[in-house]
Unconditional design. Sequence first.
Length: 255
Amino acid sequence: MSKPSSQPVVQLYHFWSSVCSVRCRMALEEKGVAWESKYVDLFKFDQLKPEYLAINPDGVVPTLVCDGQPVRESVIINEYIDEAFDGPPLVPSDPLQAARMREFIRVCEEALGPIALLTYVKYILPKLRNRWSDEELRKQAALRPTKFLRDLHSRGIRGEISEQELVQASRDIEVLLDDIERRLDPGPWIVGPFSLADVTIAPYMFRLSALGQDRFWSRERRPRIHDWYQRLSARPAFQTAVSWPDESGGGYQEV
């Protein structure tokens, strides 16, 4: 893809604690792209308003709009960012390393379910209930365009997500972490050079660290992840991406 000849207008529709939004903020910051924040408050259901559905019919964040053209899905957005803009490359030049990067990104996408389930039940749903009645939450859940989110939110509100499912989600996360630990040999990054592999998993790891980092990795338990996360969290792009403020002023705690 040819690089833009003049500075394009880049807008990111995002929410502060959305893991997929974090991914794209981090990629933009790593590349040094100037971008405009278009805030979508998921806790006020902005993502289900007609004006947002017009640019993202799935009603999810993020969406990148570049010179009026929307790009959707965080993994696709990040590859677009890397190809469309100058800056440090986020895809390895070595074809095999690039293939390994894309293999790992697919693993991350498959791991979204367990992390979303655990996070929704333990953190997001209680915060939604502080703001909305169950009747309103059921109504909004039914409006979600994607079956995965519609089912997840509807079942959570009805109290149908069992403790057994949460235990299995935790087990699936442990399997993912063991896979990352293996891939970090020899390191220093997941496929060798820093890449979209690291950017893609970064917000998941930030979420898990909020649940108790030592529960998932420590110098003794998963030493490679421990050292990798320290390197990752020292990157300015990571710090900007994960510390983005709640622009609505709602005062939400970390989710």
